[in-house]
Design a protein around this ligand. Structure first.
Ligand code: DGL
Length: 273
């Protein structure tokens, strides 16, 4: 059965990468809503409306299970999506506060996520359930999603944004940092340069891929082992730059993509066509 995935842009590719490692034979549709990136500073209601319409689109294209490969959209819309599409299994992202709280020695954990993710009930509930006794330090890394969309994974501006977030956390004794936005795993090498290897960086993508596998297996929807299945890419932005982003970010993990393999879809009157 086909998995549909979406994000505001290239962030969900960090989840796609984990899914391909674990379930290579599962066909995937990936939609990047680049007409609206970044989602993080937008009101939750607006991101919820985008998420409903993108889900409808992916279901029309044949997806049976939806992976919300975006923390912001999960914070804004996951409950609403499950209520709106009760027959569709959804897998969402939640900041990995639980594994961080379990593994920290210093008791100080950093969380990097978008403003919308920090405002959502999902984050509040994770903090309430798992973070008692732990000091959580939060930062929204303003501008970082844009830098990653622009392909700047280690230039001076990207480094400055991360240093501004991480240095105060390090000064307070942080030993674990959570990637609470699916774009951020692409700058883990830079994050580790700033923090040193003594700080553990938690990328939830492998756990989300495992959860997707469990959800599919429970319904008998796992593809039998076989050659890698195709991935169909959609963007609400432009095909050529998106093909370049995929090639750079997933270097060697997918066959090279021509931009004519990317399908462009347009928002019209709040619907996708
Ligand atoms: N990658 C997304 C997330 O996980 C969205 C970032 C954004 O568009 O602001 O939150």
């Amino acid at each position: 059965m086909i998995i549909g995935m979406f994000d505001s842009g290239v962030g969900g590719l960090s989840v796609l990468r984990a899914l391909r490692w674990q379930l290579p034979a599962q066909p995937i549709l990936y939609l990047a809503d680049q007409a609206h990136v970044p989602y993080g500073p937008r009101p939750l209601e607006e991101v919820r409306a985008f998420s409903v319409e993108i889900t409808r689109f992916l279901l029309r294209q044949g997806a049976r299970c939806i992976v919300v490969a975006c923390n912001t959209a999960s914070a804004a819309a996951l409950h609403h999506l499950r209520a709106t599409f009760p027959d569709v299994p959804f897998v969402g992202m939640e900041p990995a506060v639980k594994p961080a709280a379990e593994s920290t020695h210093s008791g100080v954990v950093g969380v990097l996520a978008t403003p919308a993710t920090f405002q959502g009930e999902l984050y509040a509930s994770v903090v309430e359930r798992f973070a008692s006794g732990v000091t959580l330090l939060q930062d929204t890394c303003p501008g970082l999603v844009g830098q990653i969309e622009a392909g700047d994974l280690n230039g001076p501006r990207t480094r400055a944004i991360l240093a501004a977030a991480l240095n105060p956390m390090l000064a307070q004794g942080m030993d674990t940092v959570v990637m609470g936005c699916t774009h951020y795993p692409f700058v883990i090498p830079l994050i580790q340069e700033i923090t040193g290897t003594g700080v553990r960086v938690i990328d939830p993508a492998p756990a989300v891929a495992r959860q997707t596998g469990r959800v599919l297996a429970a319904r008998g929807w796992l593809a039998p082992p076989g050659p890698p299945a195709p991935v169909r890419f959609f963007t609400t932005g432009q095909a050529e730059p998106f093909a370049g982003q995929i090639a750079r970010l997933l270097d060697g993990e997918l066959p090279p993509l021509a931009s004519d393999m990317i399908e462009v879809v347009h928002w019209k009157d709040q619907h996708l066509e």
